[in-house]
Design a protein around this ligand. Structure first.
Ligand SMILES: [Fe+2]
Ligand SMILES: [Fe+2]
Length: 376
């Protein structure tokens, strides 16, 4: 297949999929139904929006492959990505912390490489991570590169008190800057606008949020890690849904500042946070979250989604992006129960919180009853 990307009638459309957390083996009816739901969402996204590229935002697989010759990864990936492969639309991916978790990143990258429509090739000059690359996109006529796409490995979790999640390190940032400078030089000193894809979000996403007022807390999201003592709401102008505090790494070695300095990144899209699908601008750069597009991880009822991002050839710096949820696309779930199908995001989250509180109260009451009995 021709692996060159180009605009189509003046437009380039990208469909991104968030954390699928798919299984290697479909050994129960429920797992089969979850995959069918995900396939229906992907098929509908392809049919409705006719993307020129599909991007998987990491945590696609989260199980270890113990098979000989890692056949399970190869077989499972081909089935998980069936609607994408059958569509013939080129796709690319980033690795998530769960792929790193297995310590089998190289095998996963090899399994992707075997799929003909997968167009990403790991750039071995990158000093860190197992899959970093960039792909240039030509104009409709195919005469000029007018858009660049970055795929950055945000590495694994950390066993450090300083940060639960690993981060994009200085050496990787330097690699990006040098490569961006080379691309600029090869294009006569012109900065090619770029869209970046990465699993773990940059901590600057918190700049899209504000602290919730006390009466807003039931509708707000609790921050994570160093923000865990606060509750957050979206700032005015931020579109989409905030279901949880962004789970960014706590250590920041300047990746976002580097984008500003380099001047090419106009939008960056992330996975990792399964409940968030908001977008907003920080210092002129669009930061966008992709909720899970699957049904195998913590989710919020029937709101798994695809994100559709479009760029016009007339102004590639002007990126438009919108999410489309499973329900909005007129789909009916085979894997979710009657309640989960109908409740809203917030109802689902509040039900989870209420169940934890109820379990906690029951636990305390149980302990108190035992202590009382022992005293007698
Ligand atoms: Fe995930
Ligand atoms: Fe993740």
């Amino acid at each position: 297949m021709n692996k060159e990307l180009k605009f189509n009638n003046g437009k380039f459309t990208i469909m991104t999929l968030g954390d699928l957390h798919e299984n290697l083996h479909l050994d129960t009816g429920l797992k089969i139904r979850k995959r069918l739901d995900m396939h229906n969402l992907v098929k509908m996204g392809i049919l409705a929006f006719k993307p020129d590229l599909i991007v998987l935002l990491g945590d696609t697989l989260n199980e270890k492959d113990d098979s000989e010759g890692f056949t399970d990864y190869k077989t499972a990936l081909k089935d998980i990505l069936k609607p994408i492969i059958e569509s013939g639309i080129p796709f690319c991916y980033v690795l998530g912390n769960h792929e790193h978790d297995q310590g089998q990143e190289e095998l996963i990258v090899k399994a992707y490489e075997e799929i003909e429509t997968c167009i990403g090739v790991n750039d071995t000059t990158a000093p860190r991570g197992n899959f970093n690359c960039n792909i240039l996109v030509k104009n409709t006529a195919g005469t000029e590169d007018i858009l660049n796409l970055w795929f950055i490995d945000s590495n694994n979790c950390c066993d450090s008190d300083a940060s639960v999640y690993d981060w994009v390190h200085k050496d990787q940032i330097q690699w990006y800057e040098e490569k961006a400078a080379k691309i600029k030089e090869e294009h006569g000193g012109k900065t090619i606008p770029a869209i970046l894809f990465q699993h773990t979000p940059v901590i600057e996403e918190y700049k899209l949020l504000r602290e919730a007022k006390p009466y807003e807390i039931p509708f707000a999201a609790k921050g994570h890690y160093k923000f865990s003592d606060k509750y957050y709401m979206k700032k005015d102008g931020v579109e989409g849904y905030l279901g949880e505090g962004p789970c960014s790494p706590c250590i920041n070695e300047g990746q976002f500042e580097s984008w500003k300095k380099t001047g090419d990144v106009v939008a960056a899209f992330f996975g990792h946070d399964h409940l968030n699908d908001f977008t907003g601008y920080v210092d002129g750069i669009m930061l966008g979250q992709n909720k899970t597009s699957g049904f195998c991880c913590y989710t919020d009822g029937c709101n798994s989604c695809v994100r559709i991002t479009t760029v016009e050839e007339s102004n590639p710096r002007d990126v438009k992006s919108k999410v489309y949820h499973f329900k909005e696309l007129g789909l009916d779930s085979m894997s979710l129960g009657p309640i989960q199908k109908r409740i809203t995001d917030r109802q689902s989250i509040n039900m989870h919180i209420a169940s934890y509180i109820a379990a906690g109260v029951a636990g305390v009451a149980g302990v108190a009853a035992i202590v009382k009995k022992l005293k007698k």
